[in-house]
Design a protein around this ligand. Structure first.
Ligand code: THU
Length: 136
């Protein structure tokens, strides 16, 4: 991926944390999803008083994009940490979000886990979700 686009994605994931709705965990996650046509969809986690109804930042970004008709994706950047602070560690996508990525993305889809603008780790989806569920 183009270095400028990667930088943009990382900044937009950190920015998306500001839109998180996390009054229960006070843990704000932001995601920035790059489509095959170069658009970026941002998402934050959206919590609920019934905790299981919470939606993760990554899925917010995916569902926004998919509901607008996007079906091709190149990369996602994800950043998470305590509310009101910069991330103190890497926040990896949960299993449900990895499964959702597997629904729409190829094994070489890039997942960038961000701690700070210059501190990130990059993975192929196949490394994070090697044996996802699929119907035969
Ligand atoms: N969360 C995400 O947004 N993405 C993940 O991949 C894992 C967890 C959110 C859900 C919840 O609002 C908060 O982080 C604490 O679990």
């Amino acid at each position: 991926m183009d270095e400028d686009k990667k930088k943009e994605l990382i900044e937009k994931a950190l920015e998306a944390r500001k839109m998180a709705y996390a009054p229960y965990s006070h843990f704000c996650v932001g995601a920035a999803l790059l489509t095959g046509t170069g658009e970026v969809y941002q998402g934050g986690n959206i919590e609920n008083a019934s905790y299981g109804a919470t939606n993760c930042a990554e899925r917010t970004a995916f569902f926004k994009a998919v509901s607008e008709g996007c079906r091709e994706f190149t990369a996602i950047a994800v950043a998470g940490g305590r509310e009101g602070r910069e991330p103190e560690d890497y926040a990896y996508p949960c299993g449900i979000c990895r499964q959702v990525m597997g629904e729409f993305c190829s094994p070489d889809f890039t997942v960038i886990v961000v701690k700070a603008p210059g501190e990130y780790r990059e993975f192929a989806l196949s490394e994070l979700m090697p044996c996802g569920f699929d119907l035969q």
